[in-house]
Design a protein. Structure first.
Length: 318
């Protein structure tokens, strides 16, 4: 999709930042906070820093994808997705590249505080998150072009984000000094399980995006997992991811003793069904662009409700 001449510079930068993707950055942090509250490990300042850092990395990655997809030729006029500012000529490539670098630099500044709190584990997580964001579409072997984007999203926007948020809060009460390893109790099985739920629904967002772009990605030599799987099995992947996300709340309730209020997250099932119906029957941008936004909304609502359900135990709700 090409850009139009009457788009303002401010609007163009908002398009480049892609605020509709921010639920993928914020929702895992919300879940990590909810779990920390449930376990009596909540710490406000580390939690806020984790949220700001996650959003900066998300925006930085969006700038990186906009820039690298354009210079590698993956974004073409026939693409049905939202307008990309570099390929559309709205913002000069050099400026998008500088914005990418500046946003990641801000993430590093926030990360310095988190490293002071969490030690070496957070240093590894922070640097690897930025590197993974850059190499998604950049570098000599952009793994997003070779079917590994889904795995990246599941790990970094799910397991790592939730467990990392939980860790920076728990470590303030369970450890002292500058941790080199993982102190006992700072990364729990429950945090990994909730992280898997966030990762599954975050990856579902990517699946919708890649199903929409399957034809143009294939023509440009961008072999996403959707291109490799085709429409049928990409849709199977989407349904499996949804099922995995919705299997976690009953597991937390029945298997780990968290309050039944975690099942509030199932109130989002009608929205999940609406999105799934679109993904199972349509391939065009006219239908899948709104479905992409609704999948982000689904993740955000699910995260808020599950986090509230987790925290309900601290308020005497069973």
């Amino acid at each position: 999709m090409t850009a139009t001449a009457d788009i303002s510079r401010t609007r163009a930068w908002l398009m480049a930042a892609r605020p509709q993707t921010l639920p993928a950055g914020a929702s895992p942090v919300v879940l990590g906070i909810g779990l920390a509250v449930a376990d009596g490990r909540f710490a406000a300042v580390p939690a806020l820093a984790a949220l700001v850092g996650a959003l900066l990395i998300q925006v930085g990655t969006n700038f990186a994808n906009d820039y690298f997809d354009a210079v590698k030729g993956a974004d073409t006029p026939s693409r049905e997705g939202f307008t990309r500012v570099t390929a559309g000529g709205l913002i000069e490539p050099r400026r998008v590249k500088l914005a990418m670098a500046g946003t990641y630099a801000l993430a590093v500044l926030v990360g310095l505080y988190l490293v002071a709190v969490g030690g070496v584990p957070i240093l590894v997580v922070g640097l690897s998150s930025i590197l993974a964001g850059l190499l998604y579409t950049g570098g000599p072997y952009p793994y997003g072009y070779y079917g590994l984007g889904d795995l990246f999203v599941f790990v970094y926007f799910g397991v790592v984000a939730v467990a990392g948020t939980y860790y920076v809060q728990a470590v303030t009460t369970l450890a002292s000094g500058f941790p080199v390893g993982l102190p006992a109790g700072t990364v729990t099985p429950e945090a990994l399980l909730v992280g898997a739920a966030a990762g599954a629904l975050s990856t579902a967002i990517l699946v919708v995006n890649n199903v929409r772009d399957m034809e143009t990605d294939a023509a440009a030599g961008k072999r996403t997992l959707a291109v490799m799987l085709g429409y049928r099995y990409s849709r199977v992947e989407f349904l499996v991811l949804l099922a995995a996300g919705y299997a976690v709340p009953p597991a937390l309730w029945l298997g780990y003793g968290y309050p039944a209020a975690v099942m509030l997250s199932w109130l989002t099932l009608p929205l999940a069904g609406l999105v799934a119906r679109t993904v199972l029957t349509r391939t065009d941008g006219e239908a899948l662009n709104p479905a992409l936004e609704r999948t982000g909304q689904l993740l955000a609502l699910y995260a808020v409700l599950l986090a509230a359900g987790l925290a309900a135990g601290q308020m005497g709700v069973v």
